[in-house]
Design a protein around this ligand. Sequence first.
Ligand SMILES: Nc1nc2c(c(=O)[nH]1)N[C@H]1C(S)=C(S)[C@@H](COP(=O)(O)O)O[C@H]1N2
Ligand SMILES: [Mo]
Length: 323
Amino acid sequence: MLIRIPDRNQPAPGEITDRAVYDDRRRFLKGMGALALAGTAGGWLPAAEAGRKLEGVRRTAYRTDEKLTEHRHATGYNNFYEFGTGKDDPARYAHTLRTSPWSVQVDGEVNKPGRYPLETLIKGLALEERIYRMRCVEAWSMVIPWVGVPLAAVIRRLQPNSHARFVEFTTLHDPTQMPGQRSGFFGTGLRWPYVEGLRLDEAMHPLTILAVGLYGETLPNQNGAPLRLVVPWKYGFKGIKSIVRIRFARSQPESSWMHSAPGEYGFYANVNPEVDHPRWSQAFERRIGEGTVLSPRRRTLPFNGYAEQVAHLYRGMDLRRFY
Ligand SMILES: Nc1nc2c(c(=O)[nH]1)N[C@H]1C(S)=C(S)[C@@H](COP(=O)(O)O)O[C@H]1N2
Ligand SMILES: [Mo]
């Protein structure tokens, strides 16, 4: 058995729910009046180049007192196979990605389908800082101060219909901007475009955000500019980058990783120290920037330490079967 180390600065599940309800009510009451406020999303986007300071970002209770990963590691040690499989490839090559203007296609089981300019999609939503532990399936982890908006708030304005049970996300597909998508270039075995999915209740969970920044600034291209998903209790690959499409679906989407290696990657991808990857243990992780490769590794926590907040989503499910 693993011992869970409680994190005093992590909001208790009850606090999170109350907070989310409170925020939503406030947003509702403020309505379109919120558009005029500093610190709401939208105004910075026409020139949304990477590394631009985001004004008025709200600090939230979603934080950890663990040491932040250094900016140079968070933006220099990345997975973004559209730009290569090496950890430093994205930082080196992602400058060819054009992130402005940017729009997101919304379709499927939804009452407000359409092509939304990014500004419109998140307009009026307060930008929040969320300091999350992140854990890659490759057994390394980081602590990143994201800036973003709750995905639930975006989904509510899009109004999924009663058939919607899943949400599918798709990354840009443009080999002229993304060298890794050129045929035979890297041989990652991934099918393009990169696709990921969540169950609708996972997508609506208050921990799930659409990020537009980190460290108080707009996202660097290598981190998935201008819009990417962040789901802190799941392995990093669920955090799809540079999103151009959100589709509401009746049935479970097939993600790129499920498609290319179904025996290794499942739909759920919840961080689980008891279910090893077929080729390596998932019981430990190396915190990037901490010590050396020879330093003792950290124990990986169930749901990456967010069990109190999310375990109820999976009650009654066999997590070995639904990995
Ligand atoms: N489109 C796309 N999204 C992606 C990936 C990718 O290769 N392509 N890699 C995933 C993986 S494996 C991880 S660990 C995280 C890394 O995010 P970061 O580089 O911002 O830390 O992005 C995820 N999102
Ligand atoms: Mo990953």
